[in-house]
Design a binder for this molecule. Sequence first.
Ligand SMILES: [Zn+2]
Length: 692
Amino acid sequence: MAELQRTTLCCCRKVLTVPSKSCEGGRGIGHCRLVDVASASNFHSFKLRHFHLDLHINFAVKRMTGWQVLELVPIQPGVQALILDTHPSLLIHSIDCKVPGSSGAPDIFLSLTYHVDPFTDYGSSLNISLPATVIRPHRAFQITIRYTTTDGPAIWWLDAELTCGQTRPLVFTQGHSVCNRSFFPCFDTPAVKSTYSATVRVPEGVTVLMSASRSAYSKQDRVFQFSMEFPVPAYLVALVAGDLQHADIGPRSRVWAEPCILTYAVSKLGGSVERWLAVAENLFGPYVWGRYDIVFLPPSFPIVAMENPCLTFIISSILESREFLLIDVIHEIAHGWFGNAVTNATWEEMWLSEGLATYAQRRITTEAYGEAFTCLETVFRLDALHRQMRLLGDNNPVSKLQAKFEPGVNPSSLMNLFTYEKGFCFVSYLSQLCGDIKRFDSFLRAYIEQFKFSSVVAQDLLDFFLGFFPELRAGCVEQREGLEFERWLNDCGPPLCEPDLSAGGILTDPVQRLCELWGTDARDSQAIATFDLSTWSTFQTVLFLDRLLDRSPLPQEMMSHLSSCYSALLDGMNAEVRIRWLQIVVRNSFYPDLPRVRSFLYKHTSRMYTVPLYEDLCGGVLKCFAVEVFYETQARLHPNLRRTLQQILFQTNAVTANTAPPIITSSSASSPTPGDPPTNGTIALRDVNVSA
Ligand SMILES: [Zn+2]
């Protein structure tokens, strides 16, 4: 059922959860403004019970046409208008209203007037006039919006050449954070949740999947029916349609993919998914969504993975990098509890989803793969966080856990490693405060049970934490000097403290020793040769390469030595390793290995691998080489990515190697506004690992 009941806006436009909050004049740490949502001015006036989509997908003209029915209940008297978020790429044909007759009277059908106003560059405001004479408080009514949507930010049309099989076109949607207003008119805020259903009509041979708990297919009518029986926010409604087949990989899980990669994908996951789900349930309580399926998407998918409920979307490019695949899938599984069941009420507190999901992901990997493995992965990610800190400076506001959006700022553009890793450190600190990791697991189970299917602000989490551990409240832990909760949330800079990662020493120490050997002026070749990278895990190798990347530019003689030791070996490894080595090659303008850069860019056409390499190429002296490779490969790039690369190549002073933030290509990459990401280096966070 609908989810408006827990959230409302106070007089100063803060999101308040009812009844736990009252307006605090902006002082409370739950303070949030909804500057990104046109519908913010009125969504608290309605309860959205349910909505239904009825869409026909036309690949030939790249359009979805149909209608949406919203079931609404006014919860305030005198409501005269309904304001929804929409987008200029969505063309509205008509809007009607149905009000059930009272006391046996016939239903009332009315055609409504509406107008669309500009709102921001990522959306518009749809203002629908309601007939005041028939709309009554607490009396449900239906709005039907007939519309066509084309190629807005949420909808990615792939011509056949851009798919893995290259035989049939494919379309997918990506709603996070504020894109789904171009898919269907909505209250495009994570504060509002509702159930939804859908009817999707497609040409023969096309399979449709949605983030829904139930589905059915009528072969005769070529109609797919979906139903999501649990309330979800608009951004978690997702669809993919194409030449997709499936294989079961567990009692509640199947892998979907294009036929040409299905067997490969299944072989990479095996029975692991059910094992990870079982570990997660043991830690955090029952998995509430029923199914956990995964669909592998072509390299044009703009991020690494997206936690769409019941159906994780993940990029097929990650399949070759086993450890990254493992981490990314476990991270998306963790979102089943943190982010999807309990959601951040505003994008200003995205860390509530990502920080908790990252913590949960690491609890799962600790149980399934041990503490050393988990610490190694954490070291590698915290390294990246500190690298970003050095580039941005200590006082950059993007390093705050609670971001403050200004009007017009696209929430996606501020997604960054702090959301994940500083959030993770804060959650780890809370677990340290309670003194026993198992007790903290119990707290997280209770938190999920308490807030399941609702949206929360940080204050809800922290109040519940202190209520769960009364001895901590009595000890005023929230005010502990230097570690005040308020400082964690609102101070710029690095995490106030980090968890003890010494258990990872068995895996990180060799990396550290090898880095030191390469750092000395008189390098000991014999000692270096004793380290066999072919026996290392991927995370060890990427940690080593990231640290070399930090030290670039390197002396040419050292580059030659590195290349002779590692280049051929690394070239046979997975893409996450190779991208890092090739970035070192590019940032050091090491010509002998340039052919490897070329062949990598010929093979890999995803945003997460191309953007960092092109940025590095343009930041140095290799721009002509970059332009040449771009022209040779552009036909195989999605138009949105092509535009991004053209901006890097031709329109901007590209971010230089020394100022570009590190690219961490897994556990998410981001695309703020597809096709039109920020183009200068002010906050070049766009591909810094924003996932999902
Ligand atoms: Zn995530």
